[in-house]
Design a protein around this ligand. Structure first.
Ligand code: FAD
Length: 286
């Protein structure tokens, strides 16, 4: 592994000062489950690693404040899986967090790291899109809040400027009753990155939000306000026609070792219909 300096700041101001000073030569370390792999492979060659785990303002916290749940940048998947408020309001995020890697990975991997890494296959991206998450970004000049749909830019590209880091991910508490489901397709049971990730939520007013990933450079969100997708009595052909348009935006890579574009496109339709059915049933079941 290439040699690098290591810093363990105790405050956010210290972390941001280091980040500003070193710019692209610095990498932030949270759980390290993506970063260490990249370092080992030589794909990442930073001059300095800035460890966020001891930053006082970023300590492992999931909090409910002003109508939203804020998940701090060091909160890990296992904490998200076990948090009652996240489970009650955002069950599809819990379903996604629950399938990330293995128990060992989920005890280290942060939600912020999953999103900042920018993998098109990140399991938590579709539920965060569906639930309208907001990414809290801090720099020496201040804090800004970026909707997740604007934060995810492309494959391994997110909307962070030089000197910025993510301090939290916020989820607005839904103002309507929702039914939601997360599904993914993998080559095998157990630890594997997904060939398709997909989340669907329907609400009592008839709006459907559907997001999918791992079939193009970034996860995509679609909102159907026609009421057709959410209507348990709507004809299957009408729903299929809408889903066909939704999935037309998929751009699966022909070079992927995980699944062919044809298989991914076919399975998108299967998972889409399945997640929609499950979301409708969950809404009906309360
Ligand atoms: C064996 C294995 C299995 C895996 N399985 C899955 C899987 O099934 N599904 C899945 O989605 N992922 C999977 N992953 C990937 C990984 O676990 C997740 O992406 C994880 O959530 C990353 O979080 P982390 O805290 O480990 O991030 P790190 O590795 O510490 O960081 C990842 C990237 O984000 C940046 N970063 C981290 N925190 C911040 C911050 N606060 N602000 C700005 N930038 C930041 C880092 O600089 C780095 O570029 C797997 C990884 C391994 C090794």
């Amino acid at each position: 592994m290439h040699a690098f300096a290591y810093a363990r700041p105790a405050t956010l101001a210290e972390a941001l000062t280091l980040l500003e000073k070193h710019g692209p030569d610095a990498r932030l370390l949270a759980g390290g489950t993506d970063l260490i792999v990249g370092l080992r492979q030589g794909a990442i060659r930073p001059a300095i690693l800035i460890d966020l785990k001891r930053v006082a303002e970023l300590r492992h916290v999931i909090d409910e404040v002003d109508g939203r749940i804020a998940i701090s940048a060091t909160a890990v998947m296992a904490e998200i899986e076990n948090d009652d408020r996240v489970g009650r309001h955002f069950p599809a995020l819990v379903e996604a967090a629950h399938v990330v890697g293995s128990v060992q990975i989920r005890n280290r991997a942060t939600l912020a790291g999953n999103i900042c890494n920018g993998s098109p296959a990140a399991d938590t991206a579709p539920p965060l899109l569906v639930y309208g998450a907001v990414v809290v970004v801090a720099g020496l000049k201040g804090t800004r809040r970026v909707p997740i749909d604007d934060f995810i830019v492309g494959s391994h590209q997110v909307a962070l400027e030089r000197g910025e880091l993510v301090t939290a991910i916020e989820l607005p508490l839904p103002d309507r009753r929702l039914g939601a489901a997360y599904l993914r397709l993998t080559r095998r049971h157990g630890t594997d990155l997904a060939s398709i990730t997909l989340c669907c939520a329907v609400d009592e007013a008839g709006t459907t939000r559907l997001a999918y990933g791992s079939v193009g450079p970034r996860a995509l969100l679609f909102i159907d306000e026609s009421g057709v997708l959410a209507d348990p009595g709507a004809p299957a052909e009408a729903k299929e026609a809408i889903l066909e348009r939704v999935f037309a935006e998929a751009r699966p890579s022909p070079r992927s070792i995980r699944a062919s574009p044809e298989y991914r496109r076919a399975m998108l339709r299967v998972l889409g219909a399945r997640a929609l059915r499950s979301a409708i049933e969950r809404l009906a079941g309360g």
